[in-house]
Ligand binder design. Structure first.
Ligand code: PLP
Length: 381
């Protein structure tokens, strides 16, 4: 099979497009500061949380036991300690009792990280954070719009404009701070250096190149280049934490593009329904973003073996399926020492069975039908 349907990644908006959207979805309750990345926005949010408490060393931040390694990077950048909370079975959301149990006198914040288009349970976590006077950060890097745009549950919200995210500007992010907190937050935020945005010639060339390489044949070749390590989950320290004077029009154009993408998940919902009888489950959730385009479609296989077999079969037929992070945070290389030696059986089970399927604008009905044939074919003999 020649050609590969990339696992993730949408087109980058045209910087010269005139946007029809005039307001950010968060305009009512939050003020935005654009940043050099989603990780930088999260690091700033954690700085805010730290600044609101008397000096604590090290400050602890609660995060899900299965999640993006950048969560840890943003905490470590603040001299903080990540504290993992296990999940509710067959979901990417944290178990409430695990969150409560993880709180100590050192805890400053809880990060509610949405997974694959499904936000965390912000209302539940807001209740805990209110009771215990903790700062609640919604990490909406994988979901758009953030759940807190419906109801301002989170004190701060993180958005990413990275390559595999809902709004792809090839980098950048936003920190949204709830309007009541904005005044106090300014001092902390303004300590971070402010960079000029560059949607100049280089950025435009990069955009062109990205669009060329995302097609099926170029991606097939690209993925084979070992030095690119496409798809690997790696822990990377958070480098520069900067604010960026980004063009609002550009972000609005990205939001426009996002909402105008075709919906692919209903095709998967329909075609993959027969897998339920074999113990497969689709990821589900609630909140502002679940009816919107998704970056990837998440499925749970009945066992790790079946998941791995499915992942291999799909990839060898040209479908960029993925095991996603593959491991709990505590087991990702480079994080063992940072995350401690806790035992997270639910997150481990989740990590071992999660399979993601491409869900971007170039996934066609034929691709979804092929995915269904391959997965159902696993049961044919
Ligand atoms: C990608 C991601 C980030 C980091 O965003 P970048 O813009 O890549 O730095 C943070 N949190 C989650 C949940 C993510 O998926």
């Amino acid at each position: 099979m020649l050609g590969k349907l990339r696992p993730v990644g949408s087109r980058i908006p045209n910087p010269d497009a005139v946007s029809t959207t005039e307001k950010f979805p968060w305009h009512r309750d939050y003020r935005a500061e654009f940043t050099s990345s989603g990780t930088a926005a999260l690091a700033m949010a954690i700085s805010l949380a730290v600044s609101r408490k008397a000096a604590i060393s090290p400050p602890e931040v609660i995060i899900p036991a299965y999640g993006c390694p950048d969560l840890v990077a943003a905490i470590v950048a603040n001299g903080g300690k990540p504290v993992l909370a296990d999940l509710i079975p067959d979901t990417g959301v944290m178990d409430e009792s695990q969150v409560r149990g993880a709180v100590t006198s050192q805890t400053v914040a809880v990060v509610a990280a949405g997974l694959l288009g499904f936000p965390e349970r912000l209302e539940v976590l807001a209740k805990i954070c209110n009771d215990l006077e903790l700062f609640l950060i919604e990490d909406s890097a994988q979901c758009f719009p953030p759940a807190s745009t419906e109801n301002p549950w989170a004190d701060a919200v993180v958005v990413s404009f990275g390559r595999g995210k809902p709004i792809n500007l090839m980098g950048g992010g936003a920190l949204l701070v709830r309007v009541e907190l904005e005044k106090d937050a300014r001092d902390v935020i303004e300590r971070f250096p402010l960079l000029k945005a560059k949607a100049g010639v280089i950025w435009r060339l990069k955009r062109r190149l990205f669009h060329l390489l995302m097609a099926r044949y170029p991606f097939f070749v690209l993925e084979k280049l070992p030095f690119l390590n496409i798809g690997d989950t790696k822990y990377q320290e958070c480098s520069a934490i900067c604010r960026v004077a980004m063009s609002e029009l550009m972000v609005l154009a990205g939001i426009d593009d996002f909402f105008s993408r075709p919906l692919t998940y209903p095709l998967y919902d329909r075609e993959l329904k027969p897998l339920e009888q074999f113990g497969w489950k689709k990821l589900e959730g609630e909140g502002a973003s679940v009816q919107n385009p998704r970056i990837r479609y998440g499925l749970l296989a009945p066992t790790e073996d079946v998941r791995d077999q499915a992942c291999r079969a799909l990839n060898s037929s040209g479908i960029g399926a993925s095991r996603f992070y593959g491991q709990t945070l505590a087991k990702i290389e480079g994080l063992q020492d940072l995350c401690g030696s806790g035992y997270f059986p639910v997150a481990e089970d989740f990590a071992s069975r999660l399979l993601t399927l491409p869900c971007h604008e170039d996934v066609k009905a034929d691709d979804v039908a092929l995915v269904a044939r391959i997965l159902l074919g696993l049961y044919e003999n």
